[in-house]
Design a binder for this molecule. Structure first.
Ligand code: SF4
Ligand SMILES: [Zn+2]
Length: 311
């Protein structure tokens, strides 16, 4: 596919959507995460069920567990309560909604106060949001929280050709402006960055642009970057793979880029290890490799490589 891929085409290729209950979170989990001050804290992540994101990024599969219609009022607080009642106490909570927290049709603004009340015991709250959905509602929500506040933003890649073709509808400037706005309101930010986004070719180009994107995110003022290996599974990505416009990263290229990003010493780097076996062809070392990456996420130091016959 040589031209811009339209929303209509992206939707046409999709496999069916899951049936979701608006009153239950899609999923929730507890895990440790390294904090800005160097401590490791327990983090509860709640994957909220809500109205699908209006953007249609080429690589996105988050729509699979979303609703077609606006989220009913009261459903998000009910989901948060449901999850927190079943999770251990944790000082940090991530509310990830497969889209944008400040999209009023996804997270009704009338629910902000109730959400903040449910998080009154928490020290730090993180949500995700698109860089163009910036406005006074953000500091208004922050003022309701007793916790410090952080927003995770998908920057994905700053590659001049791939960035517009991802259909995320952002520019580098949109990202920097969003981070500046948040910083000016005492809100910290982190960036999601793709390794092997569609439209880049080869190990070297993919590594270089991932690292350039990490540098750009830190230059813009984020406090951490999460490197995410790009996955297929949403229909259009399989098509792009067939046509040579997407190649999945190998686990060793993910390890290398994570090490190089840590060596930059710009701030915390996290490596997404979800579904990692998809990027490995060796059953023998995958568990050990995953554990190494998880340990490096916590220590922010490079551990010795896993030795295996496949290396
Ligand atoms: S903005 Fe985020 S949730 Fe929305 S389509 Fe793009 S990647 Fe998916
Ligand atoms: Zn191996």
């Amino acid at each position: 596919m040589t031209n811009h891929i339209e929303n209509k085409t992206i939707i046409e290729y999709r496999p069916p959507k899951a049936e979701m209950n608006p009153w239950r979170p899609h999923c929730f989990l507890n895990e440790p995460e390294r904090q800005r001050d160097g401590t490791v804290k327990s983090v509860n992540t709640i994957f909220l069920t809500n109205r699908e994101c209006p953007f249609k990024c080429v690589m996105c599969d988050l729509w699979r567990h979303t609703l077609e219609k606006p989220t009913p009022k009261g459903a998000i607080p009910a989901q948060i309560k449901y999850a927190l009642d079943r999770l251990p106490n944790a000082p940090v909570v991530k509310l990830y909604n497969s889209g944008n927290f400040f999209d009023g049709k996804a997270i009704p603004r009338d629910d902000y106060r109730k959400i903040a009340q449910l998080l009154s015991e928490v020290e730090h709250v993180i949500v995700e949001n698109h860089p163009k959905l910036i406005g006074p509602f953000i500091p208004e929500f922050r003022d309701l929280l007793s916790a410090t506040f952080e927003i995770a933003i998908g920057l994905e890649t700053i590659h001049p050709v791939a960035m517009p073709r991802l259909n995320k509808q952002i520019t580098r400037e949109n990202f920097s402006e969003a981070v500046r706005f948040l910083t000016s309101h005492n809100i910290s930010s982190r960036a999601f960055i793709l390794l092997n986004p569609p439209f880049l070719k080869g190990v070297v180009e993919n590594r270089d642009w991932c690292l350039k994107t990490v540098q750009f995110a830190f230059d813009s003022g984020v406090s951490s970057c999460s490197i995410i290996p790009t996955r297929d599974g949403n229909g259009i990505m399989e098509k792009l793979r067939e046509e040579g416009d997407y190649e999945p990263p190998s686990i060793s290229s993910l390890e290398d880029v994570f090490e190089e990003a840590l060596s930059l010493n710009r701030g915390r780097i996290f490596c997404d290890v979800w579904d990692l076996h998809r990027f490995s062809e060796c059953e023998q070392c995958i568990t050990e490799r995953k554990e190494r990456l998880q340990n490096m996420n916590l220590s922010q130091e490079i551990s010795p490589k896993v030795q295996c016959i496949c290396n």
